[in-house]
Design a protein around this ligand. Structure first.
Ligand code: NAI
Length: 240
């Protein structure tokens, strides 16, 4: 049995990914800033780490927890992410820095910190977003998620042939993050999704589980869109 580590696992997409990987037979280490991660972990006999992936002490605590778990790390899912949306004129330096720091910088730093601990044939899956195609009101977020594409492709080359590194780009998924948007914005986005409905966290979990599994043994450096067909549009306003 190998360990699967999921960041941002207290709720939403991360919690769904954790459940799916547990069902696939992995032992889970769940990471989140939110103390609710302990409840999620208790429900699936997993290890909880309450830590900030964007700080060195946070990443050290995560690494210690992986070592203490006593089994090889087979899967790393970099899911934790934030939005701080604003039109460009209102975007503060702080909003810009926070989003790029957590979504992109910390993803790179945590992966580098854990790569040496990963089992041969291990899999890293990064959670990007179809917003990397460009979104008005999400300059910082779109940039951070575009960075995830370049990071994924570069890490795939750097760690081949030992590890595979891929990314999933969700479209509009019904979670607390998107519930924070005004109803009219949500309705407008869904009306533009070719499949005409929001995705569910489980839909993303399914794509992640496949990329993490031996079924995807010949797939690395790829971005898998999971967005109801919406990756065709590029200029539609705010949406994660
Ligand atoms: P969410 O806001 O419901 O959950 C994110 C989790 O990450 C939270 O539990 C939060 O506490 C944790 N987190 C944030 N910063 C952290 C840090 N520095 N250290 C540790 N944990 C931290 O978000 P949701 O919707 O589940 O999104 C998960 C991922 O999917 C994010 O990367 C997001 O950008 C991406 N995504 C979401 C979409 C959506 O429609 N919901 C669409 C496209 C991408």
């Amino acid at each position: 049995m190998t360990i699967a580590l999921v960041t941002g696992a207290a709720r939403g997409i991360g919690a769904a990914i954790a459940h799916r990987l547990a069902a696939a037979g992995h032992r889970l280490v769940l990471v989140d800033l939110n103390p609710a991660v302990r409840d999620s972990a208790a429900a699936m006999d997993a290890v909880a780490v309450e830590a900030d992936i964007a700080t060195a002490p946070g990443r050290a605590a995560i690494r210690d927890a992986v070592h203490a778990a006593g089994e090889p790390l087979g899967v790393l899912v970099n899911n934790a992410g934030i939005t701080r949306d604003a039109l460009v004129a209102d975007l503060t330096e702080d909003m810009f820095r926070q989003v790029t720091r957590i979504n992109l910088g910390a993803t790179y730093e945590l992966t580098s910190a854990l790569a040496a601990d990963m089992a041969d044939d291990g899999a890293v899956v990064n959670i990007g977003s179809r917003a990397h195609l460009g979104n008005v009101g999400q300059f910082n977020y779109a940039m951070s998620k575009a960075g995830i594409v370049g990071l994924t492709r570069s890490l795939a080359l750097a760690y081949a042939p030992r590890l595979r590194v891929n990314a999933v780009a969700p479209g509009f998924i019904a979670t607390d993050m998107t519930d924070a948007m005004p109803v009219r914005v949500r309705e407008r986005i869904v009306s533009r999704v070719p499949l005409r409905k929001p995705g569910r966290p489980e839909d993303i979990a399914g794509a992640v589980a496949w990329l993490a599994s031996p079924e995807a043994r010949y797939v690395t450096g790829q971005l898998v869109y999971c967005c109801g067909g919406r990756s065709y549009g590029t200029t539609e306003g705010t949406a994660t």
